[in-house]
Every structure is written in C-alpha cells, then in structure tokens.
Design a protein around this ligand. Structure first.
Ligand code: SAH
Length: 277
C-alpha cells in the first residue's frame, strides 16, 4: 500500500483538506490497470493524476503520458515528484480544456463527473481506455437490454463503444476509504455501430427513455409531437417505421442497442423526406 497520508503531510497538506477524492493505494491493482491497458510505446491520457501513483507506473511503459489535474496543490506535488521528459501535465478541468490527442486513456477518475467525462472522451478518436468507475455505475455502463441495470447510459454508451468490466475493486484499496466499491472498465470505441446522426440519436434516446414504461407505439408518437410534428404527420411516420421494424408493442428498454440505433436513423430519414430536418 502506498502511504498517501505521509506524502501529503510532507507537502504540508492535511489529507482531510483534499475533499471527495480517493487515491488508489493498492500497488497490485495499479499494476493490473497498467497491464490491462497494454500501453507499450503509446501516448496515454491520464485524467486526475492525484499525487501520481498511477502516473509513475504509466511512465514506465508509455511513450508519453499527458496528465490532467484540476487541484493546484496536487499539480504542485506532481511537478516536484515526477521528473520525466515523457510527462506533460495540464493544469485544468478535463471538462473545459482543449482535449489533447491520445491513443489510450487510463485513469482512476473523479466519479462525480463520470458521465460528462466519459462522453468528453468519446468525442475524440482513440484506441481504447481502461478507467475506474463506481461499481454500480459500471454495471449500468455494461448492461444489456435484457438486464435490470439497463438504461439510457447503457444504450448511449453501447452505441459508440464496447464496454466491459475487467474487475471489481473493493473500497479498501483507496485512501481515504470511500463508501462505495469500484470497478475497472475497458472502453473501446466501435465505429461500425455509430448512429448516422449523433445529436438526433441523443435527443431521441433521451425522450424515449423519459417514457421508458410506455410501448414504443406511444413513446415514438410522443417524441414526434415534442419534436414539433402535428398528430397526422406523427402517426404517418410512426406507421411507416413499424412497417419496417416489428417493435411497436415493445418498450424502449426491451429492444437491443442495434435496434435502437436503426430506429433513430430510420425516423431521422423519414423526417428528412418530409423536409422537417
Ligand atoms: N488518479 C489518482 C487520483 C484519483 S482521485 C489516484 O488514483 O490516486 C481523482 C483525481 O481527479 C483527484 O486528483 C482530483 O483532484 C482530480 N479531479 C477532480 N475533478 C477533476 C477535473 N474536472 N479535471 C481534472 N482532474 C480532476
């Protein structure tokens, strides 16, 4: 176990002043993260370097590590602790900085921004990522439409990437010990099931999952009305969609992600034909 407390005290930082952040102190887990990520000779992005536990290990294998850290006290520790020409540190907020180019992303992330952070990463082109999330959140990420954890997060993520839980990590591997357990997740972008119209897909999925208990014949009508169509046009478009796809009596949470992507792209095409888009 790495003694973070001692390190922080050396820099005159009282550990209780670093609020809401949990450092990964278990060496074996840190080593496995680096192994999973397969980073030999690659450019790696690390989000939230903390005091550099993972960063140091990444630097042993990667060609270059670009770290992002928001907390000025930790930035100061990192610049003193890590002297490597292969390390570039960006002091800033991962949700606000200009995203750098990278091949792999490896990080024990701040859980409070799991969703915006994940979508920020997915806007970039990269090979794959190995990231630590809160355990229940990770279960929602990987869930299938046949699974009770399935929801909007699972659907949207799966439309852009393969996601897989590599292992669960107990809370005792962190300092200070958090209330929740964690999980290491691999994310690999897969362009072949990208929806053709990304923003439209996002907004339609949001509406459909907002009505997740309704059958699609009703929730799609609702979506089209919200979208600004009159009842007649909405009914016509919905009718044409259900001629192609036999899903009208299912709920959005009962169809696969492939079907969901096809559904949204089909509705988009019909709207475009009508000159609505
Ligand atoms: N990776 C380290 C620290 C994990 S704690 C370890 O495993 O030990 C999460 C880290 O993310 C903290 O260092 C925190 O300061 C940083 N952080 C929190 N919000 C951030 C943001 N918006 N942008 C960049 N870093 C952030």
């Amino acid at each position: 176990m790495i003694d973070i407390r001692k390190l922080l005290m050396q820099y005159n930082i009282r550990p209780s002043r670093i609020k809401g952040q949990h450092f990964l102190i278990n060496e074996a887990v840190l080593d496995r993260i680096v192994d999973y990520a397969n980073i030999d000779g690659k450019v790696v992005l690390e989000i939230g370097c903390g005091v550099g536990n993972l960063t140091k290990k990444l630097l042993e294998k990667a060609d270059r590590v670009i770290g992002v850290e928001i907390d000025p006290r930790l930035v100061s520790i990192l610049t003193q602790e890590i002297k490597s020409d292969h390390f570039e540190l960006i002091h800033g907020d991962i949700l606000k900085i200009d995203m750098p180019e990278f091949e792999k992303v490896v990080a024990n992330i701040p859980y409070s921004i799991s969703t915006p952070l994940t979508f920020r990463i997915l806007e970039k082109e990269f090979h794959d990522g190995v990231l630590m999330y809160q355990k229940e959140y990770a279960k929602r990420m990987v869930a299938d439409h046949t699974d009770k954890w399935y929801g909007r997060l699972s659907a949207v993520l799966k439309a852009f990437a393969h996601v897989e839980i590599l292992e669960y990590v107990p809370k005792t591997c962190f300092y200070p010990v958090p209330k929740v357990d964690s999980a290491i997740v691999r994310i690999k972008p897969v362009p072949d099931i990208f929806p053709a119209h990304k923003d439209f897909f996002f907004s339609m999925v949001r509406e459909l999952f907002g009505q997740r208990r309704k059958k699609l014949k009703n929730s799609i009508l609702h979506f089209l009305r919200v979208y600004g169509l009159d009842m007649e046009s909405s009914t016509k478009i919905a009718g044409r969609v259900f001629e192609i796809m036999d899903i009208k009596d299912k709920r959005v949470e009962e169809i696969s992600v492939e079907e969901l992507v096809e559904l949204c792209d089909t509705v988009y095409d019909f709207l475009q034909e009508k000159g609505v888009r």
